[in-house]
Design a protein around this ligand. Structure first.
Ligand code: CU
Length: 464
């Protein structure tokens, strides 16, 4: 629920219209009350109640920051503060974010508009906000120490600039950046074109990629981790907590993806080809585009992809680094594929009652297993589809293309109903003959005389 309080209250508007905005400096008394969001569910796209028209974006598991007009300035209020974010059902993280959530709300405005963004710091340390990709006066760029003094705890700073070009931007601190971004401080800033027909799409999804290193059973990310993260998230959500992307058959769909993790992510869409139509530097000219089904998004980059959703179905949409479609796991777990552990398991069970051998035939069993986990921990592989366990985690979602969806209908349509005869099926035509193979080679088989067993106490994870 959005708590607008006096945000668009009549008294507030009267107060504001009385203020003269000549110098561009806002009156302290005229700060708009900050809207706060306490739900991790996707809020309906926010159609502009005033100003020029545009097709609003849909923020996965997120929301758009309400604003008010003050003369010809569009005013927003961001509050940097500690938040509790549900990463997926079963796990909450203690993060830093904006206005009740991490990531912060999406800011939307229109090319040519003047924006005034109040930033209140309710963190225990100083911060700033950098407007990644925006052309603006140097002193509005938000680099602490370089272009402005830091915003100390309890203080509010004002950023004012005119939006020079349409496109997709990000915002994040440029102060104690490693800590503040590892804690989840980031958000999207979408500038719509002045002409609503320019690059028009039917659905326009946005999300940021972020990553956390949170030990199983704990709540606060380890902020010094450089690469070994164990939770790979979209808008601070992990599969199966990430919203599905719903589209009507034949609709033109744009997905804008920003990467504020510490590594690149090759994002892969099933069942469709797409083109990269935009980067954080602007729109890509049509003659400069080429077809893709995977786009690698480097650190600090944004890629907007577009396609016509013409194939009904439930299409996987995910990072192609297979470790990024898993939740917390231990890399110290040994590989046991091909190892017969039946004897070993008996020996271990004498020392460790309830010991369960794992991994001799792969790890797929874990996708369906109900294992005891520490509190506040997501299973490594989880999620169920209509045919069984999906065995995923992290950066994985589903593009659901359906016929006959109403414009702007983002409600989950349920699982796809496959047309008769269009699902892979089991061969029922009798025994399958062994394929003819080249003459078998001698295997040098060694059987160890005895098994030495060392039991170690589990030690956290070593990450990805
Ligand atoms: Cu990835």
């Amino acid at each position: 629920m959005i708590s607008r309080r006096n945000f668009i209250g009549s008294s507030g508007i009267a107060l504001v219209s009385a203020a003269t905005v000549v110098s561009g400096r806002a009156q302290a008394a005229a700060i708009p009350e900050a809207a706060i969001q306490d739900s991790p569910a996707m809020q309906p796209p926010l159609h502009p109640p005033s100003g020029p028209d545009y097709n609003p974006v849909a923020t996965l598991n997120g929301w758009t920051l309400p604003w008010r007009m003050n003369g010809d300035w569009k005013e927003f209020h961001l509050v940097a503060e500690p938040v509790i974010r549900q990463l997926a059902p079963g796990m909450k993280a203690h993060l830093w974010g904006y206005n009740g959530q991490s990531p912060g709300p999406t800011i939307e405005a229109v090319e040519g508009e003047k924006v005034r963004i109040f930033v209140t710091n309710k963190l225990p340390e100083h911060t700033t906000v950098h407007w990644h990709g925006q052309r603006l006066p140097n002193g509005m760029d938000g680099v602490g120490g370089l272009t402005q003094p830091h915003i100390e705890p309890g203080k509010t700073f004002v950023y004012e600039f005119q939006l020079q070009r349409p496109g997709t931007f990000m915002y994040h601190p440029h102060a104690d950046e490693m800590v503040q971004m590892a804690m989840g401080m980031m958000g999207f800033f979408v500038v719509h074109p002045r002409d609503p027909q320019f690059m028009r799409v039917d659905r326009d999804f946005v999300f940021l990629m972020n990553a956390y290193d949170i030990d199983p059973g704990s709540y606060v990310p380890k902020v010094n981790t450089m690469l070994d993260f164990n939770l790979w998230t979209w808008n601070s959500r992990a599969f199966p907590g990430i919203d599905h992307l719903v589209a009507g058959k034949g609709e033109r769909v744009r997905i804008r993806i920003g990467n504020l993790t510490m590594t690149n992510h090759p994002i892969h869409l099933h069942g469709h080809e797409f083109e990269v139509t935009g980067t954080d530097g602007g729109w890509v000219r049509p003659e400069a585009r080429w077809p893709e089904v995977t786009v690698d998004i480097a650190v600090g980059q944004m890629r907007a992809i577009e396609f016509v959703a013409d194939q009904p179905g439930d299409w996987a949409f995910h990072c192609h680094k297979s470790h990024h479609t898993m939740n917390a796991m231990g890399h110290t777990v040994k590989t046991f594929i091909g190892v017969d552990k039946r004897d070993l398991a008996k020996k271990i069970a004498k020392i460790v009652p309830g010991y369960m051998p794992m991994g001799s035939a792969g790890m797929a069993d874990m996708g369906a297993m109900e294992m005891a986990l520490p509190d506040n921990t997501l299973p490594m592989m989880t999620g169920f589809g209509p045919f069984g366990p999906v065995e995923m985690g992290g950066m994985f979602s589903v593009l659901k293309v359906r016929e006959g969806l109403g414009h702007g209908d983002y409600a989950d349509p349920g699982w796809f109903k496959h047309p008769e005869g269009s699902v892979a099926y089991e061969w029922q035509g009798g025994p399958v003959a062994e394929p003819a193979r080249p003459a078998a080679q001698e295997h040098s088989s060694t059987t160890p005389e005895e098994t030495t067993l060392t039991v170690r106490k589990p030690t956290g994870h070593s990450g990805h």
